[in-house]
Design a protein around this ligand. Structure first.
Ligand SMILES: Cc1cc2nc3c(=O)[nH]c(=O)nc-3n(C[C@H](O)[C@H](O)[C@H](O)COP(=O)(O)OP(=O)(O)OC[C@H]3O[C@@H](n4cnc5c(N)ncnc54)[C@H](O)[C@@H]3O)c2cc1C
Length: 427
């Protein structure tokens, strides 16, 4: 394969994370030679989250005042939307608008990196890494995996690109099954009802739980406190959370929000056994309470449930295709369309993408012991099979879930990107 040149840093992925890191690299070291490996699936910066769909409107679950990309102006996104001071604090914008905004802030960094096609494999070399593309091999001293959210589950025929699906093809007599009952199901159910409000929808998940609704007005969080010197067990964390929930007196989100500033520290203080216990028994409840739907979205879904247009069902899907879903208890449900809304793959090695299949053989890139994401230090450096940090290999975003737990929302990515850029430059 032809050599396509040598670069100091290779960034695999072209979503928001990749561009945020690129922005910091350019400001810290303007002469740096960066190679950027682009997705063949999604447009740069917008990724799956912020793409524009003429037939459906999807909303952010983060208030517009909390996701500015500017470091100087917290209301930068609100200003972009033209919101006034009364509107801006608890406003939820459309994700397509956020995509436009993010591109207006970050697309200028395109010219600071040499653009290549998708990475198909990465091998370690004497100087660092060789990143394979369909056109040739790019040598990079350091690599950053900013591969983001992967929805490539194994079921053939199931609709996975739910955000760019043409919902106007649905007919009133159609039956739809949605695998998942979280925020993506809210997106799908909302888009279906906007296009054809007689379609019947069955949404299925293991927990049968839907996300909670955002409070109408924000109220002060109840801080989660511990001395940070002594280890705190998962059992003690749950006990203290229960106490804080009592203090919250019905406003349960105040107790949850009070944990946000310390979530990463708490997560890091747990043993691998506790992390697995949390993932197996508490993660779906945590997600339900943490990832809340804006009121207008929640009410729309609730109305669909009230009118029996949407039915929520508890069950474990063991098989699915374009027209049916099989549950663990043997039930088979037929449908005209089956949508996958089960969230991004938590361990990228479960992806059927050739890139991850090829990387399975490598000893410098392994799953996190918790089973979520890939193994990395809290400073974003990969940890190899031998348990040691791998020189020059880093990751950001969804791949960091095992190390950080909460790491994919925009405010978190902003913080990570700054730190990752400094690590990549050895600062
Ligand atoms: C539907 C959805 C809604 C969301 N809503 C919100 C919200 O309201 N508020 C909030 O704070 N956060 C939200 N998020 C979180 C979101 O994950 C982040 O905000 C952000 O978009 C993630 O950016 P990323 O670059 O890490 O990943 P992505 O956007 O997934 O980008 C990664 C890119 O890398 C590409 N890639 C993967 N492998 C390769 C390869 N081998 N070679 C080249 N390219 C590759 C992918 O195809 C993709 O385009 C949402 C996420 C989703 C999926």
């Amino acid at each position: 394969m032809p050599s396509l040149g040598k670069y100091e840093i290779g960034i695999v992925g072209n979503g928001l994370s990749a561009y945020l890191v690129l922005k910091h690299l350019v400001s810290l070291a303007p002469e740096i030679k960066v190679a950027l490996f682009n997705s063949s699936q999604y447009n740069a910066i917008e990724g799956p989250a912020y793409l524009k769909n003429e037939k459906a409107h999807f909303f952010l679950n983060t208030p517009s005042s909390k996701i500015a990309l500017s470091d100087e102006n917290a209301y930068d996104f609100c200003d972009f939307l033209g919101l006034n001071a009364e509107e801006r604090d608890w406003h939820f914008a459309s994700r397509a608008d956020y995509g436009k905004y993010a591109k207006s802030k970050l697309a200028l960094y395109d010219s600071y990196a040499r653009q290549f096609g998708s990475a198909t494999d990465i091998k370690r070399s004497r100087e660092g890494f060789e990143v394979y593309t369909n056109d040739g091999i790019v040598s990079c001293n350091k690599v950053l995996l900013a591969t983001g959210n992967d929805f490539d589950n194994a079921w053939q025929g199931v609709i996975k690109s739910v955000w760019d699906f043409d919902y106007s093809v649905l007919k009133p007599t159609d039956k739809v099954i949605v695998i998942g009952t979280g925020l993506t199901m809210f997106d799908v159910a909302g888009a279906i009802s906007d296009n054809c409000n007689q379609v019947t929808i069955t949404a299925i998940s293991k927990s049968g739980l839907m996300p909670a609704v955002q409070p109408v007005i924000p109220s002060p969080p109840i801080p989660f406190e511990w001395d940070r010197v002594t280890r705190i067990s998962l059992f003690e964390v749950v006990k203290q959370l229960r106490k804080n929930l009592e203090l919250a007196n019905g406003e349960w989100w105040r107790a949850l929000d009070g944990m946000r500033p310390v979530t990463i520290d708490l997560w890091n203080n747990f043993s691998v056994f506790e992390k697995k216990q949390f993932i197996n028994h508490l993660l779906s409840k945590w997600n339900r309470a943490r990832h809340r739907a804006p009121k207008q979205v929640f009410e729309k879904v609730n109305n669909l449930i009230q009118s029996n247009t949407l039915v929520i069902k508890q069950g474990r899907v063991v098989q699915a295709s374009a027209n049916f879903v099989k549950l663990a208890d043997g039930t088979i449900l037929n449908a005209d369309y089956v949508f996958y809304a089960g969230g991004a793959i938590s361990n990228p090695f479960n992806s059927s993408q050739p890139f991850w299949q090829n990387l399975k053989e490598e000893d410098w890139l392994v799953s996190h012991p918790s089973g979520m994401g890939i193994n990395a230090t809290p400073k974003f450096q990969l940890i190899g099979k031998n348990g040691n940090p791998v020189s020059g290999a880093y990751t950001i975003g969804n791949n960091m879930r095992g190390t950080l737990l909460e790491c994919t929302a925009i405010p978190e990515l902003k913080v990570q990107a700054k730190k990752v850029a400094a690590e990549l430059l050895g600062n």
